[in-house]
Design a protein around this ligand. Structure first.
Ligand code: DGJ
Length: 736
């Protein structure tokens, strides 16, 4: 059993729960007979579970006299599994309510538990899943008897993945309504180990840069209040011990399976203990829970590693590839696409697209993706979102004609939508101004000349779904890029009553999920790529619907090193949308060798984002070899174990990462010399992840070495000339 229950294992603890994974253990105790649910331990697997000497409940000033003890001090120090508001735990809490009488206190205490094989679904939300023999779930039924509020704390152990997921279900059993003002999904109270907080921070075109700061008494808060998980902060947080490297040190990590407002953070309390938490962002959140109804939180994916960040990364990658992404493309090579965005922007027509596709198909490119600008009157970004009808001035002969012509070239066809948006200059807005998220009487803030549709409304979702689906039904469209280019402001819905307006942000996300669920149900073989102005919604929630997400609008190979490093810290390479684009790069103006651009894009889904009829002939001539490399290495990149060996963001000189196949018989490492330096001689690097006993043959020099040689004695990268240059080092087991 991966989850065990012990009754009265030692004094003060009534029930002990031990949640095991292959290498880790998570222990919970119900303290005293009142049923406080207390965190006891998370870390490396133990041989003993006697925590009696480790619970600080008998120390001054809490007193020991049973229920007579000083409760306020006790609450403010106990390691809670799910701390609640207003009862004397003055630290950041996870659950806060507002009763009809205006009170906010609540205290859920333990009633009973269930252990079940498998994992229940979370209504309306994306979540990890697994078969009965892959995942076991513990539900701790708790309640606040005064409020008649049931609080289920749900933990699932993915044993082989060293992952525990957590979510919470709150049910109102009272006769009247109650408002939920904050409902986080997970909390971790531990003693401090000089922890640092590692998070992913950024901006548009600069997504997911790794940031590491010491955790102090000042709260570290990472959050989005933008309605999407956002370019700025990612729903991910890891606590690391100061010695943590890729290979060594302890890591406690949380990642949120959610695509809207979130808050995560960590801080030291007055006793220097640490609290880490994660959940739906409480700002602008207020949920009315009527009698008999439940609210289910999105889930947090938690992992612990005592072998550094590398092990954490591989646990996340495996979990997402095995238990989150559902697409039939997950384990398949994605067609190499050419997207016309950076090639033409809004200036294209059927002829132009066919010209690009014709040349691309001759070079081995497999799919044309028609980006923004094919519908309504859209020749720039000022109009037509919401009017999903083909602009036949541009697409002469219609969409089906274009798709058929592309298919005749032996290529697949893909299309761009931005279904969540509405332009003020659109027929849809003229007919339904109230379908936009807005506050009555206030002129809404525009961003990219557009408003956001109120997807909390079923009529709006139904209309948009039909628009998108009828386009997809009209031709042989095999790929959709689902874009989302602005954040949510002026939060108001024409349909929600005043006391439910605080539900809009979350209901919006539920609307997005329902649309994507419908889409994938009607078009199960569609390859869906999510996108949000680049990587503004790169999160596990989106991966439940699409196997890949456009990583960033910055396609410069050097900028991408840091963006892809931060992204791959948590998400599998198979999910990272990465393309070769033209130079000087449209985002930063840098010129890099075409070969380097190809090598960097190989670490993701791989494709092109350029006008193949206009780029230099030397670049065109390199495409067939790049296509061949993709076909040769993609199985390995998509399915293998990722190792980060050196980081350009940290050393400012070069980048080095690799992928090793699960059976350790093949590996591909990518070395990028960002800045050249004269008279340095060769650089010695040390591979990782190989089998020390096996002998590998390196393609480049045809020599063979044992894995232990390559990992411990190292390998010399010859001095290479220039900036922004890269080499691939591919090796396979040599049986000769
Ligand atoms: C933002 C995306 O990230 C780009 O790739 C492109 O699709 C534009 N939107 C189109 O408006």
């Amino acid at each position: 059993m991966h989850i065990r229950h012990f009754e009265r294992p030692f004094e003060d603890v009534k029930d002990l729960f031990v949640i095991s994974t292959k290498n880790t253990e998570y222990c919970i105790g119900t303290v005293y007979d009142e049923g406080y649910v207390s965190h006891l331990y998370y870390g490396k697997k133990l041989n003993d579970h006697d925590f009696s000497g480790l619970i600080r409940i008998n120390e001054y000033p809490y007193g020991r006299a049973g229920k007579e003890r000083e409760k306020c001090s006790f609450h403010d120090c106990l390691s809670f599994e799910y701390p609640s508001h207003g009862i004397g735990d003055f630290r950041e809490d996870c659950l806060s309510v507002e009763t009809a009488g205006g009170n906010s206190a609540c205290l859920p205490l333990f009633d009973s538990f269930e252990i079940i094989e498998g994992k229940p679904k979370i209504t309306g939300l994306p979540a990890t899943f697994g078969k009965k023999d892959e995942v076991t779930t513990l539900i701790l039924h708790c309640s606040d008897k005064v409020l008649k509020l049931n609080v289920d704390l749900i933990y699932s152990s993915f044993y082989d993945n060293d992952v525990i997921t957590r979510s919470v279900k709150i049910s109102n059993n009272a006769d009247g309504y109650i408002y939920l003002k904050k409902v986080y999904s997970a909390c971790l109270d531990m003693d401090n180990k000089d922890f640092e907080a590692l998070s992913l921070h950024g901006s548009w075109a600069r997504e997911r840069h790794i940031e590491r700061t010491k955790v102090t008494h000042n709260k570290t808060i990472i959050e989005s209040v933008r309605g999407e998980s956002s370019h700025q902060d990612s729903p991910f947080l890891a606590l690391t011990t100061p010695d943590t490297t890729q290979e060594t040190g302890e890591v406690y990590a949380m990642n949120f399976v959610y695509s809207g407002n979130f808050r995560t953070g960590a801080f030291l309390d007055q006793f220097d203990h640490i609290r880490m938490f994660m959940g739906i962002g409480p700002e602008d959140f207020k949920w009315k829970l009527v009698p008999g109804e439940s609210f289910e939180t999105p889930e947090v994916v938690m992992t612990y590693s005592d072998k550094g960040l590398g092990k954490m990364t591989r646990s996340f990658h495996d979990l997402y590839r095995e238990h989150l992404i559902r697409s039939p493309y997950l384990h398949k090579k994605r067609p190499i696409l050419i997207n016309n965005w950076e090639a033409t922007y809004f200036e294209f027509d059927t002829e132009k697209l066919i010209a690009i596709a014709r040349q691309a198909s001759e070079l081995g490119i497999e799919m044309l993706v028609m980006d923004d600008g094919w519908f309504g009157k859209r020749d720039n970004d000022s109009c037509s979102l919401g009017d999903w009808t083909v602009n036949e001035n541009k697409l002469k002969g219609g969409l089906k004609y274009l798709v058929d012509e592309i298919n005749k070239l032996g290529m697949k066809f893909g299309i761009w939508f931005e279904p969540e948006m509405i332009s003020p200059d659109s027929d849809l807005y003229r007919a339904h101004p109230d379908w936009a998220i807005h506050i009555k009487g206030r002129e809404g803030v525009r961003s990219r000349n557009q408003f956001v549709l109120d997807l909390s409304r079923k009529d709006v979702c139904d209309h948009i779904y039909e628009q998108v689906a009828s386009i997809l039904r009209s031709a042989n469209i095999e790929y959709v890029k689902w874009d989302m280019n602005r954040q949510l402001t002026d939060i108001g819905s024409a349909e929600l009553p005043a006391d439910r307006m605080g539900e809009l942000f979350h209901r919006y996300v539920l609307g997005v999920y329902s649309l994507q669920e419908r889409l994938m149900t009607e078009f199960p073989n569609l390859l869906l790529e999510n996108c949000s102005g680049g990587g503004g919604r790169f999160d596990p929630g989106m991966l439940y619907y699409s196997p890949q997400i456009w990583c960033s609008d910055d396609t410069d190979a050097i900028e991408r090193l840091s963006i892809q490093e931060g992204t791959a810290l948590v998400y599998p390479l198979s999910t990272m949308g990465a393309h070769v684009s033209d130079c000087p790069n449209h985002a930063v103006g840098r010129t890099t060798p075409f070969m380097t651009r190809g090598h960097v894009a190989l670490a993701g889904t791989f494709g092109y984002e350029l006008d193949v009829t206009r780029i230099p002939k030397e670049d065109v001539s390199m495409i067939p070899a790049q296509v061949e490399e993709y076909h040769r290495y993609n199985d390995l990149v998509r399915e293998g174990d990722y190792y980060r060996l050196a980081s350009y963001s940290a050393n400012h000189t070069y980048d080095l990462y690799g992928v090793v196949s699960k059976d350790k018989r093949e590996a591909l490492f990518t070395f990028v010399q960002v800045l050249g330096s004269v008279n340095r001689k060769s650089r010695r690097i040390y591979f990782r992840g190989l089998d020390p006993e096996l002998r590998y043959r390196i393609d480049e020099n045809e020599r063979t070495y044992t894995g232990d040689m390559l990992m411990n004695a190292g390998y010399l990268i010859p001095e290479i000339h220039g900036d922004f240059v890269s080499i691939l080092i591919h090796m396979e087991v040599y049986d000769g």
